[in-house]
Design a protein around this ligand. Structure first.
Ligand SMILES: [Zn+2]
Length: 356
């Protein structure tokens, strides 16, 4: 998927004749050029290469998006638990706006962001004593042939009380006002609101909500997301050349319109309330993708061999083969290719095997 994604240039990159960062993701070597690349195991048993650049493009790179969304999911889960441990309620809302299948993503995105911002400044919001301490908002974008681009917002409201009946009444009233706010013109059935019990009893609901907040466009079962479009191309899951181009077009358009957009927004008031999470709040997407836990170094790859692995796009296969059959699996895989006919395994002074 990343190999397909990196062929795409935004208009700006084309104009400035600049290579997109995703082209270096998983390929380019970090920092000290004389160090080999390490195949490592993390604390959860996952295998990865350490010492390689990550692009950190949430809207663009399927590999980095997975890491970033995983981090945000954990962060939200922690925030929810902290709030529930104070016996306070949380509301979960999904907001949409009306769009036609012919509306551009640009237009629908602007509409939903502008209208939500103005909605929060509206009389209803300002005047109601709704008890919201702060909020987390995520943006999700899906696409379908029947309805076109469908950007929508998932929002968590953190309340200063546990009057669930009152809160639910407020949230329902809010949805009613939202659908007719400015040019939203959306249907009440397209919106959604629910409560997370303050007593932390509903573990599944919490799980569902953090998934929906952060994983929607990666694992969506509803309609097509830009990443599922990429997956279809990568797996040759299309009827003809026309459909393939259309899938790529969806991805391209999505990348173009999401530049500079935040995937998760955490309000300042919530950051203040839960300052114990400040380190996590402050992490940029780059920080997140470059954060690694090395439990064990399994194998070292010298730079000339690494370059050949990249040239043949074998990075994911190397990981898979190591998982299946260790060093022998990797050796058998590589020596299958002409480029590696002189491949040797050496043991370094720290007794790590090195591919040279
Ligand atoms: Zn990346």
């Amino acid at each position: 998927m990343r190999n397909i994604a990196k062929k795409n240039y935004t208009l700006k990159e084309t104009k400035e004749k600049r290579k997109p960062r995703i082209q270096y993701c998983g390929y380019a070597v970090n920092a000290n050029v004389n160090q080999p690349i390490n195949l490592c195991k993390n604390d959860k048993g996952g295998l990865f290469f350490n010492g390689v650049a990550n692009c950190g493009g949430y809207w663009r790179c399927p590999v980095c998006a997975l890491k970033i969304s995983e981090h945000k999911k954990e962060l939200l889960s922690g925030l929810i638990s902290a709030h529930q441990s104070r016996n306070l309620s949380i509301g979960f809302l999904t907001l949409t706006v009306r769009h036609s299948k012919f509306d551009t993503l640009k237009k629908s995105l602007e509409k939903i962001s502008d209208n939500y911002r103005k909605f929060q400044q509206s009389r209803f919001f300002a005047k109601t004593d709704h008890g919201i301490i702060g909020q987390v908002k995520t943006l999700e974008i899906t696409y379908s042939d029947d309805n076109g681009w469908h950007p929508h917002l998932h929002i968590l409201y953190f309340y200063d009380n546990a009057n669930d009946k009152e809160i639910e009444k407020f949230q329902k009233e809010m949805l009613k006002r939202w659908v007719s706010f400015r040019d939203n013109n959306s249907r009440i059935s397209g919106q959604n609101q629910k409560m997370l019990a303050s007593d932390n009893s509903d573990y599944l609901a919490k799980y569902d909500i953090t998934m929906e907040m952060t994983k929607g466009q990666i694992k969506s079962s509803k309609g097509l997301t830009p990443f599922t479009a990429l997956a279809k191309i990568a797996c040759n899951d299309y009827a003809d050349e026309f459909e393939k181009r259309r899938l790529y077009g969806i991805y391209t358009c999505y990348v173009e319109q999401t530049q500079g957009k935040h995937f998760v927004n955490i309000s300042n008031s919530l950051r203040k309330e839960y300052s114990q999470f400040m380190d996590e709040f402050n992490k940029t997407d780059d920080d997140i993708v470059n954060e690694v836990t090395i439990d064990e170094i399994l194998l070292k790859v010298s730079l000339p061999i690494w370059k050949k692995i990249c040239k043949n796009d074998l990075q994911p296969l190397v990981l898979n083969k190591y998982k299946e059959n260790g060093l022998e699996g990797v050796y058998n895989l590589l020596t299958y290719f002409k480029d590696f006919k002189d491949l040797e395994i050496e043991v370094d002074t720290n007794e790590y095997p090195v591919l040279i």
